[in-house]
Design a protein around this ligand. Structure first.
Ligand code: DC
Length: 226
């Protein structure tokens, strides 16, 4: 392990972990890892290649190891996701791609194939990493660990707005169903299930604004002045 500091922000989709992590990384001047985008990019690439988990597992593992994935930082602290030079940022944001990512992510060999790639983001001066197993498996020695939650209804509503902002139209009841299903799969799997690390701060953000969550996280981390 290195002595580069890491802050992990785990939780289910729509908990606010992505936005909170991005803004925290910007204010600290640290790197940002959206680990879910890696799983989504793999799902996208596997679909493009016509690969199916039930019959092409080994090929998907090879694809995961060789994935030509580049995160190109954007001004808002996020990143454009480039797969072999093609911008797939919007294509991977659909719930369909999220569900495919979640299915691939339940496989231990596929997760193992993506582990070093994620740890490679730990570069000076520091890293804010968001996902499901950042604090438990990928960066167990993180300096600060957070696990954000929110009710399924609130998360579906937030996701709806997020997708709408990205030009993707969906409905709240449909999102509620697919998100609940995805979360149950992510939390119920044997390999690196979505769960708070023993030393994580668990925060229910249902009744909190984004600003309040960011303020709380900054205070815990001790960077209030940023
Ligand atoms: O964070 P996200 O919604 O973009 O992630 C998409 C899927 O990828 C998620 O449902 C499960 C999987 N994932 C994972 O298993 N482990 C991570 N650290 C991040 C994402």
């Amino acid at each position: 392990m290195t002595d580069v500091p890491v802050i992990t922000v785990d939780g289910p989709s729509g908990s606010g972990k992505g936005t909170v992590s991005q803004q925290l990384a910007v204010s600290l001047g640290w790197h940002y890892l959206d680990s879910g985008a890696i799983y989504r990019a793999l799902a996208y690439a596997a679909k493009q290649a016509g690969l199916k988990l039930n019959k092409d597992k080994e090929k998907i593992v090879s694809l995961a190891l060789a994935l030509k994935l580049v995160f190109k930082p954007t001004a808002d602290g996020g990143a454009d996701v480039l797969l072999a030079g093609t911008d797939i940022s919007s294509s991977i944001r659909t719930e369909e791609c999220g569900a495919m990512a979640s299915k691939l992510a339940a496989d231990g060999d596929i997760r193992a194939a993506l582990l070093q790639r994620q740890r490679g983001f730990r570069q000076p001066p520091g890293l804010v990493a968001d996902g499901r197993d950042m604090g438990t498996v990928v960066f167990p020695d993180a300096t600060h660990k957070f696990f954000l939650t929110a009710s399924a209804q609130i998360r579906a509503e937030r996701r709806y707005k997020q997708l709408k902002d990205k030009g993707i139209n969906d409905s709240i009841p449909r999102l509620f169903t697919v998100i609940s299903k995805r979360d149950a799969r992510d939390a119920g799997r044997t390999n690196s299930p979505m769960t708070p690390a023993a030393d994580a701060i668990v925060l229910d953000t249902s009744e909190m604004s984004l600003e309040q969550v960011i303020g709380y996280v900054r205070q815990q981390v001790g960077y209030q002045s940023l």
